[in-house]
Design a protein around this ligand. Structure first.
Ligand SMILES: [Zn+2]
Length: 219
């Protein structure tokens, strides 16, 4: 018996999408249906006979969005090497479709992944971080939500540039660490050095050291 073909799905950023035609011009993307949303199977037409090359469960499970990302309904799966999802005179005569090509679907996909919504706390944390960067030349934000880390870094970099400050940063493990080597005036730099020395002495004397102002939690 021939091996079972895999339906024409691709994974993008950890989510699965069906490559789909509406007509046969552009290959659209159909996302997995979210819980509670209207869902349909890859074979969406009553009476269509499943292509035996595919596992019948794969093509009849109602786990896909009723519409393409760009909002078209009545989609059907683009062919793979094994053909369309249902028995068709075209099976074996069409090239496999390997990638999405609908510009609107791709634009929507970009938006979904490139720009998470800024959290309510973002603006406040930017203000606070810039204050600390200006006073201490460094800042360390703890507990940054994963989807906000790059946004926070981007906003801080933009703010630093506006002020003519150099900016270096690192994000990961829910933390953002940023430094600027020229944010401090000469007088301020002396104060910061003095404060660093004081903190080292406190540690050396075995006393408890309070959290510095430049290290603070996201919320
Ligand atoms: Zn589309």
């Amino acid at each position: 018996m021939a091996t079972t073909a895999t339906p024409n799905t691709i994974a993008i950023h950890g989510r699965s999408y069906v490559l789909a035609w509406v007509g046969a011009n552009a290959a659209h993307l159909v996302a997995e249906a979210a819980a509670g949303d209207e869902a349909r199977a890859i074979i969406g037409h009553a009476g269509a006979e499943p292509n035996p090359a595919y596992d019948v469960d794969d093509v009849t499970a109602a786990s896909w969005s009723a519409r393409t990302l760009c909002g078209r309904d009545d989609w059907f799966m683009c062919p793979t090497e094994a053909g369309r999802a249902f028995v068709s005179m075209w099976n074996g005569r069409e090239d496999a479709v390997l990638a999405p090509s609908c510009k609107r679907c791709l634009a929507i996909l970009d938006k979904q992944f490139a720009a998470p919504d800024p959290a309510e706390r973002l603006g406040w944390n930017v203000i606070r971080a810039m204050e600390q960067l200006g006073e201490w030349g460094c800042v360390h934000v703890l507990g940054v939500p994963a989807d906000q880390a790059e946004l926070l870094r981007k906003r801080l970099r933009a703010e630093a540039r506006q002020r003519g400050w150099k900016f270096q940063s690192r994000v990961g493990d829910g933390q953002l660490i940023a430094t600027s080597e020229n944010a401090l005036s000469a007088e301020r730099r002396e104060l910061v050095m003095a404060e660093s020395m004081r903190r080292i002495q406190v540690v050396n004397s075995g006393a408890q050291l309070g959290e510095p102002a430049w290290r603070f939690p996201w919320s």
